[in-house]
Design a protein around this ligand. Structure first.
Ligand SMILES: CCCCCCCCCCCCC[C@H](O)CC(=O)SCCNC(=O)CCNC(=O)[C@H](O)C(C)(C)COP(=O)(O)OP(=O)(O)OC[C@H]1O[C@@H](n2cnc3c(N)ncnc32)[C@H](O)[C@@H]1OP(=O)(O)O
Ligand SMILES: NC(=O)c1ccc[n+]([C@@H]2O[C@H](COP(=O)([O-])OP(=O)(O)OC[C@H]3O[C@@H](n4cnc5c(N)ncnc54)[C@H](O)[C@@H]3O)[C@@H](O)[C@H]2O)c1
Length: 716
């Protein structure tokens, strides 16, 4: 709703009230329509201020309403009515003015903001465009170049930047409503024509800026529709009168609204928030478990991951003891880490990186910290040794965390004095940049330890997801069948390029083979050796441990091709560390020889089969994970894949995508592929998938409840 009050001095104050962000729900829109009418009719009112309750102007349209029929007064005529008022109307912006919130402000004649406010048109991130006149008014106010940037990126800008761009008329450190009231009193009676943005001309696109932008956006959007539609809306603004521009905005919005992509992106928005409200099978959850404050931490092992973790902690204002036993590594890290910190602080606009870092080669130096993150090699015996040492050195109550990619957290906990204080904190490379953190709880991890790791992740700006303790946890466990299928496809006749192209066409930033070259092929090779799948003494057949196995990646490593770092992998590069992947004749000859050796006849494989085999195998493992209660719900899996594995956000995440494709279809295709490849257990449809199909394929939002019920009735 919106409340109305008349302040001394003939100013009407309209306050939006819809906690927590004053989203423009039907009730708020009705409230605005009614109160604006009241202000218009009240002869004693000479000017109007619109503000939001509880320090937030407005977070935009109510995204939850998009799932149902749109009721209540529509936004566009509501904003036109405000713009047409013949008394000055000012938006008093505190907190946020985003999306429809900023569009509402653009309909006002003046905009005054608090210096800490954030403004933006983030609709593109929800698969939409600014559909309440924003795509037509903003370029009229700030020009095409700046409007293009804000609308196609959806980025939030500070009040200072908004003032510079000309979006705001005034910025204040004081009470913004008081300032706005004073402002409108001052300007009452002045002509308003030039303040009505819809009546102003839009600058024409003289340098074909928008054509060039369109080319770039199409290249970068990887199949996402909204960025393209945003440019189209700006083209309409630049070339058509306002009314026709608005018609085009509406037409484009309707297309986006009806696209599966908008639903996927809005689901992704809420998933990100759902995972913060974590719960464990024990009943412990975000709202009944207290986190400990952390101000001093240690990181053990300063390789690729450890360095990034030190930077991420320091940026959060935490003092870090950084420990590395190899002299050369320590010397390198003590040069590299401060430089990384400086760079990242600069990128985030922080003047001085807040955390203090001390480097050491002595594990004894971590005795005073409150939390330790171990990031030594992925070797269980080494990690056990480190944890034994830590538990004897650290004071009682210190949280001991491991950045292992998939080893057993419980085994690590078992060698410590307080197993309840051991959790996994699985960061992704580079750890100071990537948004995902898997917080891995073992059977003995205490709610307090999970809560502390989750909160620390949040402080670091991560999307933290609580996951159960199983090999590979959630993300890497699902990756295994995906990689396996990619290798099998090579055996059957595909090339690395064909597989990668199909996946990139789907929207991944990199296909599986380019990604593996980037991460280093030796990572998986080491894990397979540890698992006894390859290495000296293991037979060179295509079956291992009773199931189909492809020795192709092992053989590529044995040839000294470890990916980008050696300048050769599934592709060739300009040299060690090269980044541009080129097809390598060696790989094609190698694949042909391999197929000949194993009597395999290469067949032509369609992109559809590549996608089905790779993605449905991955999705199937997602169902197994839900069934095993290793993830609390499909949103957790989807957030992990979107934020950690490059799953295209406009496809929502693997589990959401399964729902969009249709669970019946996924089941049928898995059955088909499993029939053709009975020696590949990952293709055998999961019981949960079968159960969901049997009950009519409920929408993804209902799976959590269904799984819990099935578990109670022991159906899973
Ligand atoms: C069929 C054809 C029909 C075609 C025509 C249809 C016509 C429809 C007309 C539409 C016109 C378009 C109008 C406009 O252009 C579209 C929009 O405005 S889209 C919304 C744009 N706004 C945003 O994207 C902002 C989203 N929110 C945020 O970024 C953040 O929440 C925040 C505001 C920066 C605050 O951040 P935090 O303080 O960290 O808080 P949280 O993020 O945790 O949020 C708290 C709580 O609020 C919920 N929430 C936030 N924003 C919204 C919102 N806009 N709508 C609904 N709910 C919102 C959030 O989910 C949290 O709740 P929880 O999930 O925890 O319950
Ligand atoms: N690299 C990745 O992409 C990635 C991603 C997520 C998780 N991980 C996990 O993070 C951990 C570290 O991986 P990495 O890639 O950073 O390895 P790395 O080889 O780059 O670095 C490991 C570092 O640990 C040091 N070290 C070894 N024993 C030590 C000890 N006893 N005390 C102190 N330092 C010691 C080594 O000298 C080395 O500098 C592994 O468990 C790995 O599985 C890696």
């Amino acid at each position: 709703m919106a409340t109305y009050s008349r302040l001394p001095g003939s100013v009407a104050l309209i306050t939006l009230q819809n906690p927590p962000v004053n989203a423009l729900s039907a009730a708020v829109r009705q409230g605005i329509v009614d109160t604006v009418q009241r202000a218009l009719k009240d002869p004693k009112v000479t000017s109007v201020v619109i503000c939001g309750q509880n320090g937030k102007f407005c977070g935009g349209a109510d995204i939850r309403e998009f799932a149902g029929p749109m009721l209540g007064p529509p936004l566009v005529p509501m904003i036109h009515a405000i713009e047409a008022v013949d008394k000055p109307v000012a938006a008093a912006i505190e907190g946020v003015a985003l999306g429809g919130g900023l569009e509402l402000a653009l309909g006002c004649h003046y905009r005054i903001a608090h210096s800490k406010a954030l403004l933006g048109l983030p609709e593109v991130t929800l698969g939409l465009l600014p559909g309440a006149g924003g795509s037509q008014r903003l370029p009229r106010l700030i020009g095409l170049t700046a409007a293009l940037d804000l609308i196609t990126t959806g980025r939030h800008i500070s009040a200072a930047e908004a003032l510079k761009l000309g979006i705001l008329d005034q910025v204040t450190d004081n009470n913004v409503v008081d300032q706005a009231v004073e402002f409108v009193r001052r300007v009452a009676g002045q002509p308003l024509d030039s303040r009505r943005l819809s009546t102003l001309p839009c600058p024409p696109d003289v340098d074909s800026l928008l054509d060039k932008a369109m080319v770039k956006v199409r290249q970068r959007s990887r199949g996402a529709l909204a960025p393209v539609a945003c440019v189209q809306a700006l083209m309409a603004a630049a070339s058509l009168p306002y009314t026709q521009g608005m018609e085009k905005e509406r037409e484009l919005l309707t297309t986006l609204f009806n696209s599966g992509q908008a639903r996927a992106l809005q689901y992704a928005f809420f998933s990100q928030r759902v995972v913060g409200k974590w719960s464990l099978p024990s009943g412990a959850s975000w709202d009944n478990s207290a986190a400990r404050p952390i101000s001093k931490a240690a990181v053990i092992g300063l390789g690729t991951m450890g360095r990034g973790i030190v930077v991420a902690l320091a940026l959060t204002g935490i003092s870090v003891v950084a420990v590395e036993t190899q002299e050369k590594q320590l010397a390198e890290a003590s040069q590299a880490v401060p430089a990384m910190l400086q760079r990242e602080a600069g990128r985030r606009g922080l003047a001085t990186p807040p955390g203090v870092i001390s480097f050491s080669s002595n594990l004894q130096d971590v005795s005073e910290v409150e939390l330790v993150i171990e990031a030594v090699f992925e070797d269980m015996s080494l990690k056990l040794q480190v944890f034994r040492h830590l538990t004897s050195v650290c004071r009682p109550g210190t949280l001991l965390c491991s950045n292992t990619s998939g080893l057993d957290i419980d085994q690590l906990a078992a060698v410590t004095q307080s197993p309840g204080l051991v959790v996994g904190m699985h960061f992704f490379a580079p750890a100071h940049v990537m948004k995902l953190l898997e917080v891995v709880y073992g059977p003995r991890s205490s709610p307090e330890a999970v809560a502390t790791a989750m909160q620390l992740g949040k402080r670091m700006g991560k999307v933290s997801v609580a996951v159960g303790n199983c090999p590979g946890f959630v993300g890497n466990r699902m990756l295994k069948p995906y990689l396996e299928q990619a290798n099998f496809l090579l055996e059957e006749g595909a090339t690395p390029q064909q597989v990668d192209e199909a996946l990139e066409e789907f929207g991944f930033p990199m296909g599986v083979f380019r990604m593996s070259d980037l991460s280093g092929l030796d990572v998986g090779w080491r894990i397979r050796k540890e698992a006894g799948l390859t290495g000296p003494g293991v037979e060179s057949t295509r079956t291992r441990q009773g199931r189909r196995y492809s020795p192709l990646p092992d053989q590529v490593c044995e040839a000294g091709r470890l990916g980008q770092k050696t300048g050769r992998g599934w592709y060739q590069y300009d040299g060690p560390g090269g980044r541009v992947a080129r097809s390598d004749p060696w790989v094609h000859i190698f694949l042909e020889a391999y197929r000949a050796e194993h009597d395999l006849v290469a067949r032509s494989i369609a992109p559809e089969e590549i996608l089905e085999r790779c993605l449905y195998a991955l999705i199937n493992e997602g169902f197994n994970i839900l069934q095993d209660a290793m993830a609390a719900g499909p949103e957790d899996i989807d957030a992990i894949y979107v934020f950690g594995y490059g799953w295209p956000r406009h496809h929502g995440g693997p589990m959401f995508h399964a729902g969009q494709v249709g669970l019946g279809r996924i089941l049928e295709r898995l059955q088909h592929h499993h029939h053709n490849h009975p020696d590949v257990p990952h293709l055998k449809p999961s019981t949960l998938l079968r159960r969901l199909v049997a009950v009519g394929s409920p929408p993804v939002q209902k799976w959590r409840e269904f799984i819990n019920k099935e578990r109670v009735h022991s159906q899973l």
